[in-house]
Design a protein around this ligand. Structure first.
Ligand code: ZN
Length: 194
């Protein structure tokens, strides 16, 4: 897993932990906000950085490791990821206008969850590696090759930018229906990907 940008000083860091001031609400399965595609960000400015900070607050408050702007009702191509939310000094990763350059042919199965579908954890098959280009929180072009949990997280969050949720990719129909019902979600809010 490439970790080259983790040593850079991040200008969007917020204190970690579940105590967060006024963090935006995360929309849940059934909300139309999660189904609208996100638009490219034309200029990376302080407003974009403040959105990233607000998203990080919501993410940390909910014990998540990744969040996409549509989950807080903002339809812009912005993702935040922090695989070490317990590690105060580890800067989060901010991906603006992410684009997949390539994915591996090799696939992995992994049990995913989502802050927009709290409590539901189900197996999803995805490429095990991804090569992605994006702009960082200072607007600088970046490129990163990721595997393992980082690849999984990038692909999951990028789906959100297209209005796709991980449950749309679950092939085990029985587990899907059972889990959604158990957590009080409506099976009809799943839109299976072709
Ligand atoms: Zn999600």
């Amino acid at each position: 897993m490439a970790r080259q940008s983790e040593r850079q000083a991040s200008t969007v860091m917020v204190p970690k932990g579940e105590e967060q001031p006024e963090s935006p609400k995360i929309h849940t399965l059934g909300s139309n906000e999660l189904r609208k595609p996100a638009k490219r960000i034309s200029k990376v400015n302080e407003q974009v950085r403040e959105l990233a900070r607000e998203m990080l607050r919501s993410m940390y408050a909910a014990h998540g490791i990744g969040l996409a702007a549509p989950q807080v009702g903002v339809h812009q191509q912005l993702l935040v990821i922090d695989l070490d939310p317990e590690e105060a000094a580890n800067p989060p990763l901010v991906l603006i206008n992410p684009e997949i350059v390539a994915t591996s042919g090799a696939l992995d199965t992994y049990e995913e969850g989502c802050l927009s579908i709290p409590g539901v954890y189900l197996n999803v098959v995805r490429p095990s590696q991804v090569d992605v280009k994006y702009r960082d929180e200072l607007g600088r072009p970046q490129r990163r090759k990721a595997d393992g949990l980082m690849a999984r997280c990038i692909l999951h969050e990028m789906d959100h930018l297209n209005g796709v949720l991980f449950v749309d990719r679950v092939s085990d129909e029985l587990s899907l229906s059972g889990e959604l019902q158990r957590l009080g979600f409506d099976r009809n809010d799943v839109k299976p990907v072709a």
